[in-house]
Design a protein. Structure first.
Length: 150
């Protein structure tokens, strides 16, 4: 199970699921996680205001983060603009596992409106339990992608 710096944030569309995941990670997985907001529901908030600080924290601390909005796409696009972030959308268990194993994803983006809370919790648990595969082909591919940031 992942044990490094861990962050979570959402916009208004992911606020309720964020609160549920936060409780699950702290109380059932017994991991420490920093909530980067929002800390109250504000219908007019904007996802970049939360996705950017989370992505920067993940990159600076070599950590992992979880971002949530209604469809997962906006936060994913935003996070991937930050150098050092490799964000993917966890739309099912296979995606959650392989985004880390194959691509060493460090930000999990979730869609609050596309799955049940139980499904989202299962995705989070598997994502946190998965480590990057060190097989040569995956390392080679990740290096090619990382070269784009230089």
């Amino acid at each position: 199970m992942y044990s490094g710096p861990l962050y979570i944030a959402s916009d208004h569309g992911g606020y309720q699921l964020k609160k549920r995941i936060l409780r699950y990670i702290e109380n059932e997985l017994n991991l420490k996680i920093k909530d980067l907001g929002p800390h109250e529901y504000v219908e007019t908030d904007d996802y970049p205001d939360y996705a950017i600080p989370l992505a920067r924290a993940v990159a600076a601390e070599n950590g992992r983060g979880i971002l949530i909005c209604k469809n997962g796409v906006g936060v994913c696009i935003t996070a991937n603009k930050v150098k050092g972030v490799r964000a993917g959308i966890g739309y099912n268990l296979m995606a959650a596992e392989t985004m880390v194993a194959d691509d060493d994803a460090n930000v999990l983006c979730l869609a609050s409106k596309l799955s049940s809370d139980d499904h989202a919790l299962a995705i989070v648990k598997l994502w946190l339990a998965t480590e990057a595969d060190r097989h040569e082909r995956h390392v080679r591919r990740r290096a090619k992608v990382a070269a784009l940031e230089k």
